[in-house]
Design a protein around this ligand. Structure first.
Ligand SMILES: Cc1cc2nc3c(=O)[nH]c(=O)nc-3n(C[C@H](O)[C@H](O)[C@H](O)COP(=O)(O)OP(=O)(O)OC[C@H]3O[C@@H](n4cnc5c(N)ncnc54)[C@H](O)[C@@H]3O)c2cc1C
Length: 386
């Protein structure tokens, strides 16, 4: 049995270390992980990379050393789900019996003219590094962050804190922190103001020019750098797989592709339906999907049926620079509870959450059943099917 995981982000790493730990003593099973880089991309910290902060060197092959899982460095060019093959951009072809599809998403620059050509993104570490270089070269000027979701909020705050000589404007349809309770939202808004971030909510960006952002009412915001954080899409690398309108792989309750059940889709790349709707991409939900896919594949090997995946959200932690933040605690459907944290405590909470996946992978590698706890429907439930 050849098990191939494509994408070593939060979801793909979770799947790989769980599979390696659970299949360590089995013969005739190969676990292979493919990723574009040997270094783990801490996507939760890409706004830090974009503002020139150095991150730890987290090496994927070193983490997998001794687990029996093989690491292949390569960029996936295409997945042929009918032929059960993955082609890399250097021409190599990998075959699989089970595929875990975990390639994540990229900034959706197709929705506004000029975004693809003139805006920076946080799609990948290289994109964030390009923005860092641009910001470092600006002695003065204006930065416009398009998209008032949490990626836009965190990026605008981080930019304003690290580059106080620049004027940072955050523009978007929604009020920043729109999904938070009124007190948490008000705190977030005041914190952005303290950092000097100008907020333009309820506006529609219609065009990105080389030196400006054009709004629907005709106003132009001059910009020396534009960050596009206006939503994500999933690149269409697997043409035969059934996907939704954003390119996410449509899954059955056990996270298998509805068109190709030998493919499990996890993390941001999957459209996972729960009682409250289709889950939106987060690390907090992505890691459990990876673990669940691994558990399900092992169940299949044992002749058992995979179980349905169930997940409830529990928090939305937001950094506002390095010393401030807001943590909104949520109901399982991601609606806000009254309870929230602010200030340094929230900043520490967010940092703990952000730093935790890598050591968690290390623990899961040795103890497959111990680290995988997540809330389902609001209760913490053991994530082990057996
Ligand atoms: C600034 C920022 C802050 C965030 N903060 C939070 C937060 O506080 N909490 C939270 O829950 N979520 C947060 N998120 C969202 C979170 O980062 C994503 O939901 C999460 O990374 C999804 O995990 P994933 O494994 O599906 O994809 P990713 O982490 O994106 O991993 C995908 C992997 O696939 C690799 N890859 C992609 N394409 C190819 C290819 N063609 N060939 C080979 N390899 C490829 C990539 O290099 C990467 O290693 C944040 C996102 C951003 C940008």
């Amino acid at each position: 049995m050849r098990i191939l995981i494509v994408g070593a982000g939060y979801a793909g790493m979770s799947a790989t270390v769980q599979l390696a730990a659970r299949l360590r003593r089995r013969t005739g099973v190969e676990v292979t992980l493919v990723n574009a880089h040997e270094r783990f991309t801490e996507r939760l910290r890409l706004h830090m990379t974009a503002t020139g902060q150095r991150l730890a060197e987290l090496r994927i092959p070193a983490l997998l050393d001794g687990t029996g899982a093989r690491f292949v460095r390569g960029r996936v060019a295409a997945v042929d789900a009918d032929a059960r093959t993955v082609r890399l951009d250097d021409g190599r072809v990998l075959r699989y019996d089970r595929l875990v599809y975990a390639l994540g998403g990229v900034a959706d620059t197709a929705t506004v003219p000029g975004a693809g050509d003139h805006a920076y993104t946080l799609s990948a570490v290289e994109d964030a590094a390009r923005l860092a270089e641009r910001l470092a070269g600006l002695e003065a000027g204006a930065v416009v962050v398009c998209g008032s979701g949490l990626t836009g909020v965190e990026s605008a705050a981080e930019t304003a804190e690290r580059h106080p000589q620049l004027t940072v404007t955050l523009v978007g349809r929604d009020e920043p922190g729109a999904a938070m309770n009124p007190k948490a939202r008000a705190y977030l808004r005041a914190a952005l103001a303290r950092l000097g971030v100008r907020v333009r909510a309820a506006v529609e960006v219609v065009k990105i020019r080389p030196d400006a952002v054009e709004l629907a009412d005709g106003e132009c915001l001059p910009a020396d750098a534009v960050l596009w954080a206006g939503g994500t899409r999933i690149p269409s690398l697997a043409t035969a797989l059934a996907v939704d309108e954003r390119g996410r792989v449509l899954t059955d309750p056990a996270l298998r592709s509805v068109s190709h059940p030998e493919v499990y889709a996890v993390g941001d790349a999957a459209a996972v339906r729960q009682g409250y709707g289709v889950m939106h991409g987060t690390c907090q939900s992505g890691m459990p999907t990876g673990v669940h896919a691994a558990v399900s594949i092992v169940r299949e090997l044992d002749g058992k049926r995979p179980e349905p995946f169930r997940f409830g959200y529990y928090h939305t932690p937001v950094s506002l620079g390095r010393h401030d933040g807001v943590v909104q605690f949520t109901r399982p459907d991601d609606s806000p509870r009254r309870f929230h944290l602010t200030g340094r405590v929230a900043a520490r909470y967010k940092e703990t959450v952000t730093a935790s996946p890598w050591p968690t992978f290390g623990r899961m590698r040795r103890m497959p059943a111990s680290a995988a706890f997540w809330p389902r429907g609001g209760r913490f439930t053991r994530a082990v099917a057996e």
